[in-house]
Design a protein around this ligand. Structure first.
Ligand code: MN
Length: 304
């Protein structure tokens, strides 16, 4: 390894810049806050908080400021291996949002991106939705809605709770939703067909198809699965942005109905909000707002 990268706060970057004040370089690369050369080690700090140390003693110099960041987790694929040129194909990407949030629905979106549109989507700022704020997502989604064909499914809490109570796992619900969204979208774009379909992998391919057993129309042809699908093809990133957009909108509606801001996720704040809802509207009202089988329901009841 000829370099070390650490992730630090903007405050620390500020202190680092002071520390290297005598060794700062005039030319800095795009996106950088400063660049310095210190004891034949080059230091470049980026606005993202990443700081790269290169050259002699890079590890030792970096150690002064923080621990090297973990290498990015490896992608996993399941089922058929991905075609080598998949990122340049005309492709349907499929992703879901809301599965880990106690409040709010599950949204699933399949989105079709033709290869000629890939540069346009990059231009619009489409990238991994985890790197985008909700405000950025709303802005990009509003553009995307007019640019690409998609199918959006929203599984509201009442329906989710019914399915869950009948014994259906969340994994099966997701598989059914993805399959439905794919069917809808394939019909929408017909007679055109995508070169491939990529589902952001939430379960092994075998399990996915086991969940779909008995369904009338199972989309299987040219279907691939990969974790971190948004880094494989921009269509998955687009799908995830649209799914997040629909989730955030629906979540805001629920907050309006509840007459206070519901928190996302499934942490302690969520327990408190659920307790407040129970006190104000009664326990039965939860079915409309939340995935009631989550442990948060019991924790909320204990808080009352
Ligand atoms: Mn996903």
């Amino acid at each position: 390894m000829s370099n070390t990268v650490i992730q630090v706060s903007s405050d620390l970057i500020h202190s680092m810049k002071k520390h290297y004040a005598d060794s700062l370089l005039e030319k800095i690369p795009p996106g950088a806050v400063f660049a310095a050369k210190h004891n034949s080690c080059s230091i470049t700090a980026y606005r993202s908080g990443k700081v790269m140390f290169q050259g002699k003693m890079h590890a030792e110099e970096a150690m002064k400021w923080g621990k090297p960041s973990d290498p990015p987790a490896k992608r996993k694929t399941s089922g058929s291996p991905l075609p080598p040129n998949i990122s340049r194909m005309s492709l349907i990407g499929s992703d879901e949002v809301g599965t880990g949030d106690y409040f709010g629905p599950i949204t699933v979106v399949s989105a079709y991106v033709k290869k000629e549109q890939i540069p346009l989507l990059k231009e619009l700022g489409v990238k991994d939705s985890k790197d985008l704020s909700d405000i950025q997502i709303i802005k990009i989604a509003k553009d995307l809605l007019h640019v690409i064909p998609y199918s959006l499914l929203l599984l509201r809490n009442e329906k989710y709770n019914k399915l869950q109570a009948s014994g259906m796992t969340q994994g099966k619900m997701k598989a059914l939703l993805h399959n439905q969204a794919l069917n809808n979208l394939l019909k929408k774009i017909t007679p055109e067909t995508p070169e491939a379909i990529l589902i952001d992998q939430f379960v092994e391919a075998d399990t996915y198809y086991r969940h779909l057993k008995g369904q009338a129309e199972i989309v299987k042809e040219n279907v691939f699965f990969s974790t971190k699908g948004e880094s494989v093809h921009i269509a998955v990133a687009a799908a995830s942005i649209l799914a997040r957009y629909a989730f955030v909108k629906s979540f805001d509606d629920l907050s309006n109905e509840a007459e206070f801001t519901l928190p996302k996720g499934a942490g302690h704040q969520v327990d408190q909000a659920a307790a407040k809802l129970i006190k104000q509207k009664g326990e039965a009202a939860l079915y409309k707002y939340a995935k009631v089988h989550f442990a948060n329901t019991e924790k909320a009841k204990k808080l009352i």
